[in-house]
Design a protein around this ligand. Structure first.
Ligand code: SF4
Ligand code: SF4
Ligand code: SF4
Length: 249
């Protein structure tokens, strides 16, 4: 049997999710006998052409070239996994979707006529079929390893589809919203980080994006009781996953 191949590609992103892949160095070395990494420019300039058995894609689609490239990557990938808020929801750069890109370019660049960009930043799934979306900004390494081992074993990843609150309770953490009046998006945010921020006595600010069917309307008055203004509430939902659409479902 041929050794399965793994590829990692980057589009518009900060590289943080790829660093999480690199952070799995020990586990990847263990996997090395079972998988061959054939394209991962963050780790090595030695690349081999596709097809690839499992492909991880970081980043969103922000240029006509990205839109073309993701179609090529999809065509060469048996399993395609979008990793991180950029790839699954357009990322922070999707704030452009609510503004005027031409105006932004004219303010930022000395020669905006050199810039070839789309008016929006969108998720990979808006362009090609995706086999799995791994949430987070950045992604969680334990979840990444579960996704990789699952697809290499030919099974579906077993990851929770609940809220950060469930992880918080499972860890036995004190609720920062109840105990300290700290605003927290945990009740509506997708699980996966292990309640990282509440573990450090901070409120969740939603970097894993909306959980399935979040009750945002019920949470907003509670956030306001904790001192957030209407503008604060609007801003906290307009961060890493502003364009996901899931917050309003
Ligand atoms: S999801 Fe966050 S950490 Fe990952 S590439 Fe995008 S901005 Fe960076
Ligand atoms: S601290 Fe946040 S995530 Fe934890 S239980 Fe309270 S509201 Fe939920
Ligand atoms: S607690 Fe919320 S903001 Fe913090 S890492 Fe988890 S999902 Fe992201």
């Amino acid at each position: 049997m041929n050794t399965p191949t793994l590829a990692v590609f980057k589009l518009a992103s900060c590289d943080g999710c790829q660093l999480t892949v690199l952070d799995c160095e020990d586990e990847l070395l263990t996997l090395a006998g079972r998988v061959r990494i054939t394209h991962f420019l963050e780790a090595s300039s030695a690349v081999r052409p596709g097809p690839y058995d499992v492909t991880l894609v970081e980043g969103s689609i922000t240029t006509p070239a990205d839109a073309e490239r993701i179609r090529q990557i999809r065509a060469e990938s048996r399993v395609l996994v979008a990793i991180g808020a950029c790839a699954t929801a357009g990322g922070i750069q999707a704030l452009r979707n609510f503004g005027d890109v031409a105006e932004f370019a004219s303010v930022v660049y000395a020669r905006p006529d050199y810039i070839e960009t789309l008016a929006t930043s969108t998720a990979i799934a808006d362009h090609v079929p995706v086999d799995f979306e791994l949430r987070g900004c950045p992604i969680d390494r334990r979840q990444l390893l579960e996704v990789l081992t699952a697809f290499l074993a030919g099974r579906k990843p077993d990851l929770p589809d609940t809220s950060v609150c469930t992880e918080c309770k499972r860890r036995g953490l004190t609720c920062v919203m109840v105990a300290d009046g700290t605003p927290c998006l945990g009740p509506v945010t997708h699980a996966g980080c292990g309640a990282l921020c509440p573990a450090y006595k901070r409120g969740c600010f939603g970097c894993f994006g909306p959980m399935t069917k979040p009750n945002v309307a019920a949470l907003i008055p509670r956030l306001q009781e904790c001192g957030m203004s209407e503008g604060d509430v609007e801003r906290v939902f307009l961060t890493f996953n502003a364009a996901s659409g899931g917050w309003s479902s």
